[in-house]
Design a protein around this ligand. Structure first.
Ligand SMILES: NC(=O)c1ccc[n+]([C@@H]2O[C@H](COP(=O)([O-])OP(=O)(O)OC[C@H]3O[C@@H](n4cnc5c(N)ncnc54)[C@H](O)[C@@H]3O)[C@@H](O)[C@H]2O)c1
Length: 251
C-alpha cells in the first residue's frame, strides 16, 4: 500500500527541482500526479518516465485561464492534493529593483499560489477532503538582503496559507506552508542568468553544515500530502538544516 493511494495531486513547477522530486515521490507512493509547468519539454519527459499515473500540463501559475483549464481536466478525477511549488527568484537591492521585476516575482510566487488555492478549493470542499501545500521559504520567515520581491512573496504565502486554513478547515481541507532553506536546484543559477554557483560555502553556515537536496523537501511535502498529517493545518514546516535556528550574534 502506498502512502498516497487514491490521491490525485497537481504539482506546479514540477518539470525540475523540488517539484520534480515531489512528483516522483508521489507517484511512487500511489498517487496520480499532474505535473504542471511552463517548461513543456522537461515536464513531458519526466511525466512519460513516471508512467500511466503521471501526465504533464502546461500551466503558467499566474494565468487564471490556465488554472480553470487544469481543474476542468478530470482525466484522473478531482484534485485532492495541490502543491503550489512554482517559484522564481530575483536579486537586486531595494533602491534598484525595477517595478517590472518586482511584479514578475509576485505574479509567479504570490498570485500563482492564490490562484491555485482558489481554483482547487471548490472541488476539495465538495469532496470534503484535500491537502494544499504552499512552498514558501526561510525568506518567508526571516529577512536577507537583495531579495525584496522574493521575500514579499514568500511572507505573503505564509499569511495566505493561514487564511485558507481557517476558511477551509471545516470542509476537511488542510493548508500548510513549507519553508526550505538553501536547496541544491537550478533556482539560484537561473536567478544569476545561468551561471553555476558554488553553494557549499553558504551551506557550511547552517547547523547541519550543508545545503539540502530536493528529495529531503519532497519527503516533507509527502507527509503533508498524506493522511499522516491529518491534524496539521495552518502550520509552518521548516526544513532548513538549522538556518533559522540561530541569530546574527552567534559565532
Ligand atoms: N532552491 C532553494 O534554495 C529554495 C529555497 C527555499 C524555497 N524554494 C522554493 O522552492 C520552490 C521550487 O524551487 P526549486 O528550488 O525547485 O527551483 P527550480 O528553479 O529548479 O524550479 C522551479 C520550477 O518552477 C517553474 N516555474 C517558474 N515559473 C513558472 C510559472 N509561471 N508557472 C509554472 N511553473 C513555473 C520553473 O519552470 C521550474 O520548473 C520555489 O517556490 C522556490 O521559491 C527554493
Amino acid at each position: 500500500m502506498g502512502r498516497l493511494d487514491d490521491k490525485v495531486a497537481l504539482v506546479t513547477g514540477a518539470a525540475r527541482g523540488q517539484g520534480a522530486a515531489a512528483a516522483r515521490r508521489f507517484v511512487a507512493e500511489g498517487a496520480k500526479v499532474i505535473l504542471a509547468d511552463v517548461l513543456d519539454d522537461e515536464g513531458k519527459t519526466l511525466a512519460d518516465e513516471l508512467g500511466d499515473r503521471a501526465c504533464f500540463r502546461h500551466l503558467d501559475v499566474g494565468d487564471e485561464d490556465d488554472w480553470a483549464d487544469a481543474v476542468a481536466d478530470d482525466r484522473f478525477g478531482p484534485i485532492t492534493v495541490l502543491v503550489n511549488n512554482a517559484g522564481i527568484l530575483h536579486f537586486s537591492p531595494l533602491v534598484d529593483t525595477k517595478l517590472a521585476d518586482y511584479e514578475r516575482v509576485i505574479r509567479v510566487n504570490q498570485t500563482g499560489c492564490f490562484l491555485g488555492m482558489r481554483a482547487v478549493a471548490p472541488g476539495m470542499i465538495a469532496a470534503n477532503q484535500g491537502s494544499i501545500i504552499n512552498v514558501s521559504s526561510i525568506e518567508g520567515l526571516k529577512a536577507a538582503q537583495l531579495v525584496i520581491a522574493y521575500t514579499a512573496s514568500k511572507f505573503a504565502i505564509r499569511g495566505m496559507t493561514k487564511v485558507a486554513a481557517m476558511e477551509l478547515g471545516e470542509h476537511g481541507v488542510r493548508v500548510n506552508s513549507v519553508h526550505p532553506g538553501m536547496i541544491d536546484t537550478q533556482m539560484l543559477p537561473t536567478a544569476f542568468g545561468g551561471v553555476e554557483i558554488d553553494t557549499s560555502r553558504i551551506g557550511k553556515k547552517v547547523a547541519l553544515r550543508r545545503t539540502g537536496q530536493a528529495d529531503e523537501i519532497a519527503n516533507l511535502v509527502l507527509f503533508l500530502a498524506s493522511d499522516e498529517s491529518s491534524y496539521c493545518t495552518g502550520a509552518e514546516f521548516v526544513a532548513d538544516g538549522g538556518a533559522t535556528t540561530t541569530h546574527a550574534l552567534s559565532f
